[in-house]
Design a protein around this ligand. Structure first.
Ligand code: SF4
Ligand code: SF4
Length: 236
């Protein structure tokens, strides 16, 4: 079986909901890479995603309740991240055994506290492989499940074919995520790949909000930017 077919089949067998391959070469000079490595040695990114559970996400307006907070953090965050990391690890071994380089990116690990960013943007990998657009919330918005998806990424030099290209912004006049954010972390500006994230999103405001909740011994959870997006809601 060809390598591309084999890894896609593994991802599907492990119940991932999204699979994409991005050609990074046109974006090498534009994608911030925080790991101290040279991104140009990885011409492709594999992106996988798992959908969060609607019944839990729909409870986020009640996020101050202990049961809601625990359910979201456990089943929409920790457990899905482990599932994603396991699949990415398995795909990495498969590709490395076939003689190619791989660099698996952890599903949710920050490497830069100043910019509050990971070693590589999972959202960017999913975006460039044609799985969605970057919304005003700076989240990856899929056409069918909106931002209700968690992502993981694997960089590689394996000769795989891109599954798609970047989907243009489809937020239109919507500002629901901008208006609902309790700390006004979003500016409302639409995504453009030549602009820095800071023009659209103040990650420090979000982080400070969470730290304040923790300091006050509250259940620290928000996710209203995920909850409110009309794309991907159960009845959309
Ligand atoms: S998680 Fe909450 S505070 Fe943070 S950006 Fe989203 S809506 Fe704003
Ligand atoms: S809530 Fe509206 S503006 Fe925000 S990401 Fe979703 S569609 Fe775009």
């Amino acid at each position: 079986m060809p390598l591309q077919q084999k890894i896609q089949s593994i991802a599907q067998d492990r119940h991932t909901d999204y699979f994409g391959i991005a050609d990074l070469t046109p974006y090498h000079n534009r994608i911030p890479f925080e790991g101290g490595m040279d991104i140009t040695t990885y011409p492709r990114a594999i992106s996988i995603g798992i959908t969060m559970f609607h019944d839990i996400v729909d409870q986020l307006p009640n996020r101050k309740q202990r049961a809601v907070c625990i359910a979201y953090k456990h089943h929409c965050y920790d457990v899905i991240n482990v599932r994603l990391d396991n699949v990415i690890s398995e795909l990495s071994s498969e590709i490395q055994h076939a003689g190619h380089r791989v660099y698996p990116i952890p599903a949710s690990k920050r490497v830069n506290d100043k910019t509050i960013s990971a070693v590589f943007s999972h959202k960017m990998a999913a975006h460039l492989s044609g799985l969605g657009w970057i919304g005003k919330s700076c989240l990856l918005i899929t056409p069918d499940r909106g931002p209700r998806v968690r992502w993981a990424t694997l960089l590689t030099d394996a000769p795989l074919s891109a599954t798609g290209t970047a989907i243009p912004d489809q937020c239109g006049e919507c500002r629901k995520c901008v208006d609902i954010c309790p700390v006004a972390a979003f500016t409302g500006r639409s995504f453009h790949d030549s602009e820095s994230r800071e023009l659209r999103y103040n990650a420090l405001k979000c982080q400070t909000y969470f730290r304040k909740m923790q300091k006050n011994n509250e259940w620290a959870l928000c996710g209203m930017c995920v909850y409110v997006c009309p794309n991907g809601q159960r009845n959309s």
